[in-house]
Design a protein around this ligand. Structure first.
Ligand SMILES: Nc1ncnc2c1ncn2[C@@H]1O[C@H](COP(=O)(O)OP(=O)(O)OP(=O)(O)O)[C@@H](O)[C@H]1O
Ligand SMILES: [Mg+2]
Length: 248
């Protein structure tokens, strides 16, 4: 395996930020952000809802030339322009080698990517875009099937893949299959940056975990994360947890 690291780090140009009182710079994770160094293979962004993971991920993706709503470098549709100005203040430090492939997958706007593919394929002739996604319309598959078809067929290796909650539609078993797929792609010189709430996905071993908290961003191990601890506590003693949740 080559030592390919397409994305080394991202740095907030703090001196240029107009105000840390306004969104997105008022988010606790950004208030204290200086430079985040990515793992050459897989980096996870995790943390409670609203901590700013998607905001940062989107800004990184936009700085790299991806469409804010997702897709490959070639997608430039826009159904709703709501992306934050964070990308203008973020420096992305790239590696020496450029990726051959790239994809920004966001669970929340994947539907729009699927529609855009159909639109593109209604246009000019030649090879259909959907063929690189496995050939079956993503609208004619279940949410999870469509995601998985994308990981399997569209992600081709030597790539930089930025994923926001890829587990959203995946069963626990498929999340485990996703670990295998991530591993295969890592062995084919790929790098992933993944925002996730799934303790299964964040268990990928050769990775860095950044936990976004009210106090800022900190590096964690799987076992230190709230996601893992809460899930474990729940299933270790489900009855006690349910008692607290339903009777207190
Ligand atoms: N345009 C906006 N103006 C003001 N605040 C916003 C705007 N967009 C998002 N926010 C706020 O920024 C915060 C961070 O949102 P973000 O989507 O980055 O969170 P997240 O960590 O990805 O959460 P989740 O785990 O729920 O996906 C949220 O509290 C949200 O309400
Ligand atoms: Mg999010």
């Amino acid at each position: 395996m080559l030592n390919t690291q397409y994305l080394r780090s991202t740095k907030l140009n703090r001196d240029e930020v107009p105000s840390f009182k306004k969104y997105p710079f008022n988010l606790p994770s950004l208030k204290t952000l200086d430079e985040l160094f990515f793992h050459p293979n897989v980096t996870f962004l995790i943390g409670e809802n609203g901590m700013g993971k998607s905001t940062l991920l989107e800004a990184i993706a936009v700085s790299l030339g991806f469409n804010p709503e997702g897709g490959s470098y070639n997608f430039n549709f826009s159904t709703y322009d709501s992306h934050s100005p964070l990308g203008d203040y973020l420096k992305v430090i790239k590696g020496v080698i450029k990726p051959d492939d790239g994809f920004f997958l966001r669970a929340e706007s994947f539907y729009n990517v699927a529609s855009n593919i159909e639109e593109l394929d209604r246009g000019a002739g030649g090879r259909r875009v959907i063929d690189s996604f496995g050939g079956v319309s993503l609208h004619e598959q279940s949410h999870g099937e469509a995601f998985f078809a994308t990981f399997l067929h569209r992600f081709g290796g030597n790539g930089l893949y930025i994923l926001d909650e890829p587990e959203a539609a995946l069963s626990p078993l498929r999340q485990m299959s996703m670990l295998t797929r991530i591993h295969d792609l890592v062995n084919e010189n790929s790098q992933f940056i993944i925002a996730t709430h799934s303790p299964i996905i964040m268990a990928y071993p050769d990775a860095k975990i950044f936990e976004f908290t009210e106090a800022g961003i900190r590096e964690s191990t799987l076992e230190e994360t709230n996601h893992y601890k809460i899930m474990k506590q729940f299933f270790d003693d489900k009855n006690r947890m349910l008692h607290h949740l339903l009777n207190d």
